[in-house]
Design a protein around this ligand. Structure first.
Ligand code: SAH
Ligand code: SF4
Length: 376
């Protein structure tokens, strides 16, 4: 299959166009069609000469993601399940920043993006790794999740009765950005797909591409130490979130096999260096699982780690996964855990919404669909 055009940077396209003796402004026009208008056919690129469109079509693919299932209403969290060209399934989750009215310019969203089909890291609590790892996503498959969600949302806004006479909404269907924040927290371990990830993030970050600021891009990792160090050496200020889920090796070893390869001491040292290089706050993600990592002793050790690293802590009560025996602690246990962090003046949040209703954790919609439809 030919290379998808959305895995090329502006510089790469410029080099290609120069070799084709095309003027540089044609690249600008092409990029507008791809990333502002988000078109899905070469024919739609009406200001490019037909011969150039034909050449592009011969050389590159323009394949998009096929939506096969969606959960959630427009003003809440929405899950999109996509089918890729090889029939693999991945998901993206769109989370509204605040329930703004449709067409309101403050109607901004965070998109949670997948980076692999499945996951090789096999954390014991996670749906994404249950069936193992299938393959890395290509850069365009990562980029296209943003474009496809925006395409879908602008279409549904354009057709919704509420917005018929709303000029702001009509504008939105052209090229305004719905997503201004992205988190690499969908299926897969982003840092295990390092090169495709970085290229995709550069395309999403570029003013000619997704236009999303690097400080609004968060990479979440279960703790791949060498790649954290490599990321620290990159010029961009991407935010880093560490899926900690335990404040000691004993707890992490129980639920995260990656910890045996890269134990806490090494992980913390890499985080410290990353923090020093970027001068920015890290985030610790901490799922609370009943009887596993929810003791006040763990809370105290977590507070100490967070203080050492200038990290904030996101506490997430565990989302039940079908077929797994883990459970979320009672609410009062979660609150007591949070109180320990607060007492130590560690910036911390506790997700309080009832997350069970839409299979809110990564990998769950795919897993459910695969099981229901017996898809590959
Ligand atoms: N592989 C990366 C990113 C994807 S997972 C990582 O592990 O960081 C994104 C986040 O969802 C991680 O913090 C992960 O631990 C969390 N998660 C996985 N399963 C969950 C569940 N059932 N309930 C709540 N959070 C979950
Ligand atoms: Fe993979 Fe992250 Fe799930 Fe662990 S939590 S299995 S690293 S996706």
């Amino acid at each position: 299959m030919s290379t998808n055009i959305k895995s090329l940077t502006r510089e790469e396209l410029e080099a290609r166009f120069a070799a084709w003796q095309q003027p540089a402004y044609r690249v600008t026009q092409l990029l507008e069609w791809l990333y502002s208008r988000r078109v899905t056919s070469w024919d739609a690129m009406t200001n490019l000469p037909r011969a150039l469109r034909e050449k592009l079509a011969e050389t590159f693919s323009l394949q998009t993601l096929e939506l096969i299932r969606k959960q959630g209403a427009r003003d809440t969290t929405q899950k999109f399940l996509w089918r890729l060209h090889d029939h693999s399934l991945i998901e993206s989750v769109l989370i509204p920043a605040n329930p703004a009215l449709y067409g309101d310019t403050s109607d901004r969203h965070t998109l949670c993006i997948s980076t692999q089909v499945g996951c090789a890291y096999g954390c014991k609590f996670c749906a994404s790794g249950l069936d193992g790892w299938k393959r890395n996503l290509t850069s365009d498959e990562i980029v296209e999740q943003v474009l496809a969600v925006e395409r879908f949302s602008s279409q549904s806004t354009a057709h919704s009765p509420q917005s018929k006479d709303d000029a702001a909404s009509r504008l939105k269907t052209v090229d305004s950005r719905l997503i201004d924040n992205i988190v690499m927290m969908g299926m897969g371990e982003p840092l295990a797909n390092y090169d495709h990830l970085l290229k995709a993030l550069r395309i999403l970050n570029a003013p000619w591409g997704g236009g999303i600021g690097s400080r609004k891009i968060t990479i979440s990792t279960s703790g791949l130490v060498p790649q954290i160090r490599r990321l620290g050496g990159e010029p961009e200020q991407f935010r880093l979130a560490i899926s900690l889920h335990g404040a000691t090796d004993e707890v992490r070893n129980k639920i995260m096999p990656v910890n045996r390869k890269h134990p806490l001491r090494e992980l913390i040292a890499a985080c410290k260096d990353y923090q020093g290089q970027k001068g920015r706050m890290l985030t610790f993600e901490y799922i609370l699982i009943a009887g596993v990592n929810d003791s006040l002793e763990q809370a105290k050790l977590l507070a100490a780690l967070a203080k050492r690293l200038f990290a904030k802590v996101n506490l997430i009560p565990y989302n039940q996964v079908e077929g797994l025996a883990w459970e979320r602690p009672e609410e009062k246990v979660c609150e007591a855990f949070l109180a320990v962090l607060e007492k130590q003046k560690v910036p911390a949040t506790l997700r309080r919404e009832k997350g069970h209703d839409i299979d809110a954790a990564c990998g769950q919609l795919r897993l459910k669909t695969v099981r229901e439809l017996a898809l590959p």
